[in-house]
Design a protein around this ligand. Structure first.
Ligand SMILES: Nc1nc2c(ncn2[C@@H]2O[C@H](COP(=O)(O)OP(=O)(O)OP(=O)(O)O)[C@@H](O)[C@H]2O)c(=O)[nH]1
Ligand SMILES: [Zn+2]
Length: 236
């Protein structure tokens, strides 16, 4: 069941451009106030039949800033045993447009396929586009990469750290779905550490090495050498 809706208020009568604004009403919280469990609200859920299986889609809002995140779930998540899981960072270009600059789209598809095959699992689709710098800055970073920078140098040239993502909402989102521990599909050991630090028990890390192609060879090599991803340099 979704969390209770806030009582109707004037937010419904003013120009609310997104559901998040309606849900938020006047209660945008100041960053840092309260705990992560208080920052996130499950707004509603629906069936989502997909190419891979019949998922449930759960929509969350971050009450601090109105940002919307979703979870794609399959099977009994509250049952015993760690849940097959992926914490996927939004990549419009890879996930929706089939970009070959990265491996994101292939990883998302592989995760959905594995979850469907196992009959149980969850993907948290976190709207942290471009490792947290946003879509337009990612386009700027890609432009710099077109001119020779690597993915880390491009972020730095724009004044950003190489990775601005945070995982503090993952624990309360999973808790809200009944997940107590995960088997995490990722090549990024820093993501495992970040989740554990945020209170998510990671029982196992499962590699998800898919989507290597001639156009993302250099990108993946930089992720391995500069960002610590566990990727096989010789993989085809
Ligand atoms: N700033 C920036 N972000 C990128 C670039 N390429 C992909 N991304 C973003 O990187 C995020 C995915 O992170 P990755 O570093 O590919 O992988 P990860 O999530 O750390 O690790 P895995 O779990 O193994 O996929 C998505 O939000 C993409 O939009 C890039 O060149 N620059
Ligand atoms: Zn990508």
């Amino acid at each position: 069941m979704p969390d209770p809706k806030p009582a109707p208020d004037t937010a419904r009568n003013v120009a609310a451009t997104t559901l998040a604004h309606q849900e938020l009403g006047g209660e945008v919280r100041v960053a840092g106030e309260g705990s992560p469990a208080e920052w996130v609200r499950l707004v509603d859920s629906c069936d989502l039949p997909t190419r891979w299986g019949a998922f449930r889609l759960h929509g969350f809002v971050d009450l601090r800033n109105g940002q919307e995140h979703v979870a794609l779930a399959l099977g009994d998540l509250a049952g015993s045993g760690p849940v097959l899981a992926r914490v996927h960072s939004e990549c419009l270009t890879g996930d929706a447009f089939g970009s070959r600059r990265c491996d994101c789209g292939a990883q998302l598809e592989a995760a959905m396929e594995r979850i469907a095959a196992e009959g149980r699992g969850v993907i948290l689709y976190m709207r942290q586009e471009g490792r947290g710098i946003g879509l337009l800055n990612k386009i700027r970073a890609y432009h710099l990469q077109d001119d020779g920078a690597d993915t880390v140098q491009a972020n730095q040239a724009l004044g950003f750290a190489p990775d601005l993502r945070s995982y503090e909402l993952v624990a309360p989102m999973l808790a809200r779905l009944g997940v107590q521990a995960v088997r995490l599909m990722t090549n990024n050991p820093r993501k495992v550490d970040a989740l554990q630090a945020a209170g998510v028990p990671v029982a196992e890390r499962l590699p998800i090495r898919v989507g290597r192609n001639p156009a993302n060879q250099g990108y993946l090599d930089t992720k391995r050498s500069k960002l610590g991803h566990l990727l096989d340099p010789d993989a085809g």
